[in-house]
Design a binder for this molecule. Sequence first.
Ligand SMILES: Cc1ncc(COP(=O)(O)O)c(C=O)c1O
Length: 365
Amino acid sequence: MPKVESAVHPSPRARVLAMKEYHPPLGDRNALRLDFNENTIACSPRVREALGQISAGALTRYPEREPVEAIAAAHLGLSPAQVALTNGVDEAIHVLFETFLGADDELLLPVPTYTMYEVYASATDARLVTVQAASNLQFPFERLAAAITPRTKIVAIASPNSPAGSTATREQIVAIARLAPHAAVFVDEAYFHFHGETVIDLVSELPNLFVARTFSKAYGLAGLRLGLLVGSAELMCWVRRVLSPYSVNSLALACLPPALEDTDYLDWYVREVIAARDEFEAALDALGFRRWPSRANFVLVEIGAQHAEFVRRMRAAGVLVRDRSSDPGCDGCVRITIGTREQMRNAATALDQIVTEMRGSGGMQ
Ligand SMILES: Cc1ncc(COP(=O)(O)O)c(C=O)c1O
């Protein structure tokens, strides 16, 4: 038998070697979780009930996604051929990029935005082209339109976007889809429920439009990993070739119908968050902070040079918030998820006290 050199290892692709490691700052989160834009309470009780009814026999079988895809499609007024369930929106992004992005292609990305677009793009051989938003962090429509080239293969637009909660209008999305008919225009509607506006109905009209939704935010099912990707039947068939047939597990599939059916719970949670957002924004304004108007379940606040100390002190007070200072154009900024009114009143009390202390000691402007 030939001797195997122990120092010789298979080398990953060059693009993988160049990838940055990405570790979401999870760790001990036994506190008020205002750091990942999750639902801060719970999912619908009907979903809990469905989980309790899953039999051991059901777990022995591979998950069957088609019947549940048909339910999701009917809920959205689309045909099953236009809808694919995914392991969260993250898988939708990954699969879409794998389906379309080749070596000579460009991914066009307004920034700042959701981190995983860049992570998944960096694993492909395509070129990332970013378009920086102005200091108001509004969707940079004109500059994005001007950056479209014959090589643009995907334009990824989160609306509402993270970390500021800004949105692209329906007209702007239609214009981008028409200006780039050779590109997939991907609209990430992870925070749709808090905004209330969608372009999902346009997938039958605009063949290059894809829209994603998640069950991780308003529905409170981030731990189940459930999302969906919607597009024209002609293009979705390519995406399905790349999508793993079993990436959405049986528990997630069992929970989707009751989650969709319990509109009372969803509406209550969304109303609660929107009311809490108004109150919390007013509290930030009273303290004189710069913030950006948000249409999502979070708000971006400019804390200033002491952002890391602020995040640390909030954690010590039992409130987790997310430092977004290293996002492009977000120097000194912290993103705070919005939960219920009661939770946000507690968060505002902690924030007020910490800011008063930090300002008193000259550590904050
Ligand atoms: C814009 C955006 N898209 C997608 C996701 C992730 O969604 P999922 O949990 O369905 O993968 C997030 C999570 O923070 C997000 O902010």
